[in-house]
Design a protein around this ligand. Structure first.
Ligand SMILES: N[C@@H](CCC(=O)N[C@@H](CS)C(=O)NCC(=O)O)C(=O)O
Length: 205
């Protein structure tokens, strides 16, 4: 079996997504700590973030690059459509997750669990309202086929779900996310997959 090393932390949603994608591809993942405060970590990630993927001599950083690399470099099931439009749609959802969902989720986690955090700029109510707006768009997208892009599950689905599950660790996120039927049917479908169980940090730490 192909094997990679993933530098991450259990509850990093970006690391979780990379691990889930690797499991979907049938790639064995060895987890390693992401020592982001060590100077030496810059040799793995110049901006000292996680995750970082190591495959033999190859070091890949930034989760979108990691997701695409995992799909392209390993033989398992294709997790992107073959056509350019489909691939662009997948990249769009990776970008939406990273640029719009992550800040809302991260803000909620900090506002609820680290209320004295210096980086807070929005209130819990403002973040919950932003999440409602995003959930409406997600619901509309999933109502069509039950997948974010086309008729099959892709990188887009596996990359996004950890961010929602992390947002749902807050009471406000949990009640907001529970309100959307197509999103919940999609989450249940993803959670029932063997790869989800293998990669779920909330269960296996
Ligand atoms: N653009 C990066 C973002 C990664 C990111 O923000 N990771 C967080 C954990 S989810 C992190 O490294 N936090 C530690 C820090 O900022 O010091 C990617 O897509 O990989």
């Amino acid at each position: 079996m192909d094997k990679v090393r993933l530098h991450t932390m259990a509850l990093s949603p970006y690391g979780w997504g990379a691990r889930l994608i690797a499991c979907e591809k049938g790639v064995e993942v060895e987890l390693a700590a992401a020592e982001v405060s060590d100077q030496g970590y810059e040799s793995l990630h110049p901006f000292r973030k996680m995750p970082v993927l190591i495959h033999g001599e190859v070091v890949i950083y930034e989760s979108i690059a990691i997701a695409n690399y995992l799909d392209e470099a390993f033989p398992g099931p294709a997790l992107r459509p073959a056509d350019p439009v489909g691939r662009a749609r997948v990249l769009t959802w990776l970008s939406v997750t990273s640029n719009y969902l992550f800040p809302i989720m991260n803000g909620l986690i900090k506002a609820v669990y680290e209320p004295k955090s210096a980086v807070l700029t929005l209130t819990i109510e403002e973040l919950a309202a932003a999440l409602t707006g995003l959930m409406q768009k997600l619901e509309d997208a999933l109502k069509r086929t039950g997948c974010l892009v086309g008729e099959d599950l892709t990188l887009a689905d596996f990359y996004l779900i950890p961010h929602l599950k992390t947002a749902a660790l807050t009471p406000q996120g949990a009640s907001e996310i529970a309100a959307w039927p197509a999103v919940n049917a999609w989450m249940q479908r993803l959670e029932a997959r063997p790869a989800y169980g293998l990669a779920n940090p909330l269960v296996i730490g």
